[in-house]
Write a protein that binds this ligand. Structure first.
Ligand SMILES: [Zn+2]
Ligand SMILES: [Zn+2]
Length: 289
Protein backbone atom coordinates (compact mmCIF):
# COMPACT_ATOMS: atom_id res chain seq x y z
CA UNK A 1 0.00 0.00 0.00
CA UNK A 2 1.43 3.36 -1.01
CA UNK A 3 1.63 6.21 1.54
CA UNK A 4 -0.06 8.68 -0.85
CA UNK A 5 -3.76 9.29 -1.46
CA UNK A 6 -3.46 10.95 -4.87
CA UNK A 7 -1.08 11.19 -7.84
CA UNK A 8 -0.41 14.83 -6.86
CA UNK A 9 0.64 13.77 -3.37
CA UNK A 10 2.96 11.15 -4.85
CA UNK A 11 4.46 13.69 -7.27
CA UNK A 12 4.99 16.12 -4.39
CA UNK A 13 6.74 13.43 -2.31
CA UNK A 14 8.99 12.47 -5.24
CA UNK A 15 9.68 16.10 -6.17
CA UNK A 16 8.87 15.42 -9.84
CA UNK A 17 6.09 14.26 -12.12
CA UNK A 18 5.44 10.52 -12.16
CA UNK A 19 6.39 8.53 -15.24
CA UNK A 20 3.64 6.66 -17.10
CA UNK A 21 4.74 3.37 -15.54
CA UNK A 22 4.69 4.95 -12.08
CA UNK A 23 1.16 6.29 -12.66
CA UNK A 24 -0.01 2.80 -13.65
CA UNK A 25 1.68 1.25 -10.62
CA UNK A 26 0.13 3.93 -8.38
CA UNK A 27 -3.35 3.34 -9.79
CA UNK A 28 -2.99 -0.40 -9.39
CA UNK A 29 -1.24 -0.70 -6.04
CA UNK A 30 -2.19 2.37 -4.00
CA UNK A 31 -5.09 0.68 -2.22
CA UNK A 32 -3.74 -2.87 -2.11
CA UNK A 33 -1.88 -4.27 0.89
CA UNK A 34 1.74 -5.32 0.33
CA UNK A 35 1.00 -8.96 1.14
CA UNK A 36 -1.53 -9.10 -1.70
CA UNK A 37 0.97 -7.49 -4.08
CA UNK A 38 3.56 -10.07 -2.96
CA UNK A 39 1.12 -12.94 -3.64
CA UNK A 40 1.10 -11.89 -7.30
CA UNK A 41 4.41 -13.79 -7.53
CA UNK A 42 2.58 -17.04 -6.80
CA UNK A 43 -0.06 -16.14 -9.38
CA UNK A 44 2.56 -15.37 -12.06
CA UNK A 45 4.40 -18.60 -11.28
CA UNK A 46 1.20 -20.63 -11.55
CA UNK A 47 0.25 -18.87 -14.77
CA UNK A 48 3.64 -19.49 -16.41
CA UNK A 49 3.89 -23.18 -15.47
CA UNK A 50 0.31 -23.66 -16.74
CA UNK A 51 0.47 -21.67 -19.98
CA UNK A 52 4.09 -21.59 -21.21
CA UNK A 53 4.32 -25.37 -21.88
CA UNK A 54 1.12 -25.35 -23.99
CA UNK A 55 2.81 -24.49 -27.34
CA UNK A 56 5.00 -27.60 -26.92
CA UNK A 57 1.93 -29.73 -26.15
CA UNK A 58 0.27 -28.28 -29.25
CA UNK A 59 3.31 -29.11 -31.41
CA UNK A 60 3.40 -32.67 -30.07
CA UNK A 61 -0.24 -33.48 -30.88
CA UNK A 62 -0.98 -31.23 -33.84
CA UNK A 63 -0.66 -31.73 -37.60
CA UNK A 64 2.70 -29.95 -37.32
CA UNK A 65 4.24 -32.72 -35.18
CA UNK A 66 5.93 -34.39 -38.14
CA UNK A 67 7.27 -31.13 -39.53
CA UNK A 68 8.64 -30.11 -36.14
CA UNK A 69 10.10 -33.56 -35.38
CA UNK A 70 13.51 -32.48 -36.68
CA UNK A 71 13.72 -30.04 -33.74
CA UNK A 72 12.79 -32.63 -31.16
CA UNK A 73 15.79 -33.64 -29.05
CA UNK A 74 14.83 -37.25 -28.24
CA UNK A 75 12.95 -38.13 -31.39
CA UNK A 76 12.03 -41.68 -30.43
CA UNK A 77 10.29 -40.73 -27.20
CA UNK A 78 6.64 -39.68 -27.18
CA UNK A 79 4.85 -38.71 -24.00
CA UNK A 80 1.13 -39.50 -24.07
CA UNK A 81 -1.45 -36.81 -23.38
CA UNK A 82 -2.64 -38.65 -20.25
CA UNK A 83 0.94 -38.77 -18.88
CA UNK A 84 1.26 -35.04 -19.55
CA UNK A 85 -2.05 -34.37 -17.81
CA UNK A 86 -1.11 -36.52 -14.81
CA UNK A 87 2.20 -34.66 -14.59
CA UNK A 88 0.37 -31.32 -14.60
CA UNK A 89 -2.02 -32.57 -11.88
CA UNK A 90 1.00 -33.39 -9.66
CA UNK A 91 2.53 -30.00 -10.42
CA UNK A 92 -0.70 -28.25 -9.37
CA UNK A 93 -0.96 -30.38 -6.21
CA UNK A 94 2.66 -29.55 -5.27
CA UNK A 95 2.02 -25.88 -5.96
CA UNK A 96 -0.96 -25.62 -3.61
CA UNK A 97 0.32 -27.98 -0.91
CA UNK A 98 3.93 -26.85 -0.86
CA UNK A 99 4.96 -24.00 -3.19
CA UNK A 100 2.22 -21.58 -2.17
CA UNK A 101 2.53 -22.22 1.61
CA UNK A 102 6.33 -21.69 1.33
CA UNK A 103 5.76 -18.38 -0.45
CA UNK A 104 3.28 -17.29 2.24
CA UNK A 105 5.61 -18.33 5.06
CA UNK A 106 8.49 -16.48 3.38
CA UNK A 107 6.61 -13.16 3.47
CA UNK A 108 8.04 -11.95 6.83
CA UNK A 109 11.54 -12.52 5.41
CA UNK A 110 10.60 -10.59 2.26
CA UNK A 111 9.47 -7.70 4.46
CA UNK A 112 12.57 -7.98 6.64
CA UNK A 113 15.05 -7.74 3.76
CA UNK A 114 13.15 -4.73 2.43
CA UNK A 115 11.57 -5.73 -0.87
CA UNK A 116 9.53 -2.62 -1.53
CA UNK A 117 6.33 -1.74 -3.32
CA UNK A 118 6.79 2.03 -3.01
CA UNK A 119 7.59 4.75 -5.54
CA UNK A 120 9.81 5.60 -7.34
CA UNK A 121 9.88 2.56 -9.57
CA UNK A 122 13.35 1.13 -10.29
CA UNK A 123 15.08 2.29 -13.46
CA UNK A 124 15.50 -0.13 -16.37
CA UNK A 125 19.21 -0.31 -15.57
CA UNK A 126 18.49 -1.22 -11.92
CA UNK A 127 16.04 -3.94 -12.99
CA UNK A 128 18.44 -5.42 -15.56
CA UNK A 129 21.50 -5.36 -13.30
CA UNK A 130 19.55 -7.00 -10.46
CA UNK A 131 18.13 -9.68 -12.77
CA UNK A 132 21.63 -10.47 -14.07
CA UNK A 133 22.92 -10.71 -10.50
CA UNK A 134 20.02 -13.01 -9.54
CA UNK A 135 20.69 -15.24 -12.56
CA UNK A 136 24.38 -15.57 -11.64
CA UNK A 137 23.62 -16.28 -7.97
CA UNK A 138 20.87 -18.75 -8.88
CA UNK A 139 22.94 -20.57 -11.48
CA UNK A 140 25.94 -21.07 -9.18
CA UNK A 141 23.96 -22.23 -6.12
CA UNK A 142 21.63 -24.34 -8.27
CA UNK A 143 24.69 -26.12 -9.68
CA UNK A 144 25.91 -27.19 -6.24
CA UNK A 145 22.52 -28.09 -4.79
CA UNK A 146 21.57 -30.02 -7.93
CA UNK A 147 24.91 -31.81 -7.71
CA UNK A 148 24.10 -32.67 -4.08
CA UNK A 149 20.76 -34.11 -5.29
CA UNK A 150 22.77 -36.48 -7.50
CA UNK A 151 24.51 -38.07 -4.53
CA UNK A 152 23.20 -41.54 -3.68
CA UNK A 153 21.11 -40.16 -0.79
CA UNK A 154 19.86 -37.05 -2.59
CA UNK A 155 18.79 -38.98 -5.67
CA UNK A 156 17.08 -41.90 -3.90
CA UNK A 157 15.28 -39.73 -1.33
CA UNK A 158 14.38 -36.66 -3.41
CA UNK A 159 15.62 -36.08 -6.94
CA UNK A 160 14.50 -39.37 -8.58
CA UNK A 161 10.98 -37.92 -8.91
CA UNK A 162 12.14 -35.14 -11.25
CA UNK A 163 14.10 -37.69 -13.28
CA UNK A 164 11.04 -39.90 -13.91
CA UNK A 165 11.04 -38.06 -17.24
CA UNK A 166 14.11 -39.33 -19.12
CA UNK A 167 12.90 -37.17 -22.00
CA UNK A 168 11.67 -33.99 -20.27
CA UNK A 169 8.66 -31.96 -21.40
CA UNK A 170 7.82 -28.35 -20.55
CA UNK A 171 5.14 -29.40 -18.05
CA UNK A 172 7.66 -31.54 -16.16
CA UNK A 173 9.94 -28.58 -15.30
CA UNK A 174 8.34 -28.16 -11.84
CA UNK A 175 7.54 -31.88 -11.49
CA UNK A 176 9.58 -32.63 -8.36
CA UNK A 177 9.45 -34.24 -4.93
CA UNK A 178 8.01 -31.77 -2.40
CA UNK A 179 11.38 -31.55 -0.63
CA UNK A 180 13.01 -30.40 -3.87
CA UNK A 181 10.78 -27.32 -3.84
CA UNK A 182 12.60 -26.31 -0.64
CA UNK A 183 16.08 -27.30 -1.87
CA UNK A 184 16.00 -25.79 -5.37
CA UNK A 185 13.69 -22.93 -4.35
CA UNK A 186 16.60 -21.60 -2.32
CA UNK A 187 18.81 -20.57 -5.30
CA UNK A 188 15.85 -18.67 -6.79
CA UNK A 189 15.18 -16.83 -3.51
CA UNK A 190 18.79 -16.12 -2.67
CA UNK A 191 19.35 -13.25 -5.13
CA UNK A 192 16.42 -11.09 -3.97
CA UNK A 193 17.33 -11.86 -0.33
CA UNK A 194 20.94 -10.73 -0.80
CA UNK A 195 20.14 -7.82 -3.14
CA UNK A 196 16.62 -6.58 -2.23
CA UNK A 197 14.62 -5.20 -5.12
CA UNK A 198 11.30 -3.60 -5.99
CA UNK A 199 8.29 -5.94 -6.09
CA UNK A 200 8.04 -5.45 -9.87
CA UNK A 201 11.62 -6.73 -10.28
CA UNK A 202 10.66 -9.74 -8.17
CA UNK A 203 7.68 -10.42 -10.48
CA UNK A 204 10.02 -10.29 -13.48
CA UNK A 205 12.56 -12.56 -11.79
CA UNK A 206 9.94 -15.22 -11.01
CA UNK A 207 8.67 -15.04 -14.61
CA UNK A 208 12.19 -15.22 -16.14
CA UNK A 209 13.18 -18.14 -13.91
CA UNK A 210 9.99 -20.10 -14.67
CA UNK A 211 10.30 -19.49 -18.43
CA UNK A 212 13.93 -20.63 -18.40
CA UNK A 213 13.01 -23.84 -16.52
CA UNK A 214 10.22 -24.64 -18.99
CA UNK A 215 12.43 -23.88 -22.00
CA UNK A 216 15.27 -26.18 -20.90
CA UNK A 217 12.74 -28.98 -20.23
CA UNK A 218 10.80 -28.44 -23.44
CA UNK A 219 12.34 -31.35 -25.33
CA UNK A 220 12.78 -29.13 -28.39
CA UNK A 221 15.82 -27.20 -29.61
CA UNK A 222 14.99 -24.57 -32.21
CA UNK A 223 18.15 -23.30 -33.95
CA UNK A 224 16.64 -19.84 -34.51
CA UNK A 225 15.85 -19.33 -30.79
CA UNK A 226 17.65 -16.03 -29.97
CA UNK A 227 18.27 -17.13 -26.38
CA UNK A 228 20.91 -19.52 -27.71
CA UNK A 229 22.95 -16.48 -28.79
CA UNK A 230 23.73 -15.80 -25.12
CA UNK A 231 27.31 -17.02 -24.56
CA UNK A 232 27.46 -20.24 -22.53
CA UNK A 233 23.66 -20.49 -22.21
CA UNK A 234 22.73 -24.04 -21.23
CA UNK A 235 20.15 -24.65 -24.02
CA UNK A 236 17.36 -27.24 -23.93
CA UNK A 237 19.68 -29.90 -25.35
CA UNK A 238 22.11 -29.45 -22.44
CA UNK A 239 19.48 -30.16 -19.79
CA UNK A 240 17.75 -32.78 -21.90
CA UNK A 241 21.02 -34.69 -21.93
CA UNK A 242 21.13 -34.51 -18.13
CA UNK A 243 17.67 -36.15 -18.01
CA UNK A 244 18.62 -38.72 -20.64
CA UNK A 245 21.55 -39.89 -18.49
CA UNK A 246 19.41 -39.72 -15.33
CA UNK A 247 20.78 -41.01 -12.04
CA UNK A 248 24.28 -41.61 -13.41
CA UNK A 249 24.59 -38.03 -14.61
CA UNK A 250 27.64 -36.29 -13.21
CA UNK A 251 27.45 -33.21 -15.40
CA UNK A 252 25.09 -30.53 -16.71
CA UNK A 253 23.85 -29.58 -13.25
CA UNK A 254 23.52 -25.84 -13.91
CA UNK A 255 20.26 -24.08 -14.75
CA UNK A 256 21.41 -21.17 -16.93
CA UNK A 257 25.10 -21.26 -17.91
CA UNK A 258 27.51 -24.01 -18.84
CA UNK A 259 30.60 -22.50 -17.21
CA UNK A 260 30.18 -24.39 -13.90
CA UNK A 261 30.18 -27.69 -15.78
CA UNK A 262 33.23 -26.54 -17.75
CA UNK A 263 35.27 -25.09 -14.86
CA UNK A 264 34.17 -26.98 -11.77
CA UNK A 265 34.85 -30.41 -13.09
CA UNK A 266 33.84 -33.55 -11.33
CA UNK A 267 36.39 -36.31 -11.01
CA UNK A 268 38.26 -37.32 -14.15
CA UNK A 269 36.46 -40.68 -14.00
CA UNK A 270 33.12 -38.92 -14.11
CA UNK A 271 34.30 -36.71 -16.96
CA UNK A 272 35.15 -39.78 -18.98
CA UNK A 273 31.80 -41.37 -18.11
CA UNK A 274 29.92 -38.19 -19.07
CA UNK A 275 31.81 -37.93 -22.36
CA UNK A 276 31.09 -41.56 -23.24
CA UNK A 277 27.40 -41.12 -22.50
CA UNK A 278 27.33 -37.99 -24.63
CA UNK A 279 28.81 -39.92 -27.54
CA UNK A 280 26.09 -42.58 -27.08
CA UNK A 281 23.35 -39.92 -27.13
CA UNK A 282 24.73 -38.20 -30.24
CA UNK A 283 25.13 -41.55 -32.00
CA UNK A 284 21.54 -42.57 -31.18
CA UNK A 285 20.25 -39.23 -32.43
CA UNK A 286 22.16 -39.50 -35.69
CA UNK A 287 20.80 -43.01 -36.23
CA UNK A 288 17.23 -41.68 -36.01
CA UNK A 289 17.77 -38.99 -38.65
ZN1 LIG B 1 19.19 -33.92 -11.99
ZN1 LIG C 1 15.29 -31.13 -15.05
Amino acid sequence: MLPYQTLDEAALALGRNLTLAEKHWFNYSANKIDFFLYLHNAFFLFLIVSVAPLPYVFIEFSQYAERMAKFKIQKKITTSFSDMFNCYKDVVKNFFLCGLPIQILAYPTVQWVGIRTSLPLPSLWEILSQLIAYILIEDYTFYWLHRFLHTEWGYEKIHHVHHEFNAPIGISAPYVHWAEIFVLGLPTSLGPLVIPCHMITLYLWIIVRALDAIHIHSGYEFPWNPINLIPMYVSAEYHDYHHYVGKQSQSNFASVFTYCTMIITTTSENKVKATLLRVIVITSKLSTR
